[in-house]
Design a protein around this ligand. Structure first.
Ligand code: PLP
Ligand code: COI
Length: 356
């Protein structure tokens, strides 16, 4: 099926929850819009693209996504502009990454134009749900899961593709106290850390819980082999400004190739800032924090946006960084990104996909 033949059946809800929704209080991922998109994969093709009222779905208890984790997701956002237009940020990048995850988990690819157009159609139906307050957006959660009712450990022959949307506010509301995680591992070489596999997130919950119990807001994952190099921060990429350079771990099979990360690197290069994508050691970050050469540190992700690190803990010591509002680089990134996404600045890279 190509875009030209993508025919989405739309069934409007009779009971919109829009008027009852408190837009001044939007916890991440708890409030869903009125509709969702559903499509099926069977007999080697994608079909039955439908936008239906949001609600529960019936499934066999034997589906292999529940037993063996043949499931993955994406995350992206739509923004409402001052003139009422609504745009989705870089959806074709998520579409390409969607297919990398699909390939790693032996699941069928979804042509990027079908991915983008499915999302655009749903966001268009839900455009009144896109919040208007600063820092708010419509979070979009596409996902795919195996639906064969079969307990054999082999790839399913049938799948569902679905998209949910949630109006959201900021994911983090204060600078983060983080630690380098040197015991647990998020991903190892040859594994699937580069995919947005559901299992990567299930496996992160115990390390997060333990870190939270110790008073940390997030962890910086380190490499599986030696635990000497930074990889990612929670469910976001990690970036540092060290000695005037933007430094971030280079992508590899243990690291999710983040779209926010790519966006920040592109802006930095536009501004003539030196950029280094390479292995980043704990030792140099701690050294930079001690010497004052580490002037910025933040997580970069769709949900996280640009999440400033307030303090980095390592081996019994907290290294406190400067007050986030005084940090030149991440403040400029945040301001520039917001201006582009909310349509207040020229979108020179063509990142906004307008819907409707
Ligand atoms: N790393 C992980 C593990 C993530 O879950 C995310 C969130 O999507 C990111 C990085 C950031 O990626 P993106 O900027 O594409 O949202
Ligand atoms: C996203 O930023 O979309 C993520 O994947 C983070 C999510 C797991 C909360």
């Amino acid at each position: 099926m190509t875009t030209d033949t993508l025919d989405i059946k739309i069934t409007q809800t009779q009971n919109s929850r829009l008027q009852q929704t408190d837009f001044a209080n939007l916890p991440f991922g708890k409030i869903f819009t009125d509709h969702m998109l559903v499509a099926d994969y069977a007999d080697g093709e994608w079909k039955n693209f439908e936008i239906v009222p949001y609600g529960d779905i019936a499934l066999s208890p034997a589906i292999s996504s529940l037993h063996y984790g043949q499931a993955f997701f994406e995350g992206l956002k739509a923004y409402k502009h001052a003139d009422g237009k609504v745009s989705v940020f870089r959806p074709e990048k998520n579409g390409a990454r969607f297919n990398k995850s699909a390939e790693r988990l032996c699941m069928p690819e979804l042509p990027v134009d079908l991915f983008v157009n499915s999302i655009a159609a749903l966001v268009d139906v839900e455009r009144d749900w896109a919040p208007t307050q600063a820092g708010h957006s419509l979070y979009i959660r596409p996902f795919m899961f195996a639906t064969d009712p079969y307990l054999g450990v082999t790839p399913s022959k049938t799948y569902k593709f679905m998209v949910l949307t949630c109006p959201v506010g900021p994911y983090f509301t204060k600078p983060l106290r983080v630690k380098f995680e040197t015991h647990y591992t998020r991903a190892a070489e040859g594994g699937f850390g580069y995919a947005k596999a559901a299992g990567n997130y299930g496996g992160s919950m115990l390390p997060f819980k333990k870190a939270a119990d110790e008073g940390f807001d997030q962890i910086i994952w380190t490499d599986a082999k030696e635990h000497l190099y930074a990889e990612e921060m929670g469910a976001a990429n990690v970036m540092f400004v060290l000695d005037g350079k933007l430094v971030t771990p280079s992508t590899r099979d243990t690291i999710l190739d983040g779209i926010t990360r790519d966006t920040v690197l592109t802006l930095a290069r536009d501004w003539g800032m030196p950029v280094e994508e390479r292995r980043v050691s704990i030792a140099e970050i701690v050294e930079g924090a001690k010497s004052g050469k580490l002037t910025d540190a933040f997580g970069a992700g769709t949900a996280a946006t640009i999440a400033p690190v307030g303090a980095i803990h390592h081996e019994g010591t907290d290294y406190t960084l400067s007050e986030p509002t005084t940090r030149e680089f991440s403040q400029k990134v945040l301001k520039t990104l917001d201006a582009i996404r909310y349509g207040a600045a020229e979108d020179t890279h063509g990142w906004n996909h307008l819907v409707g």
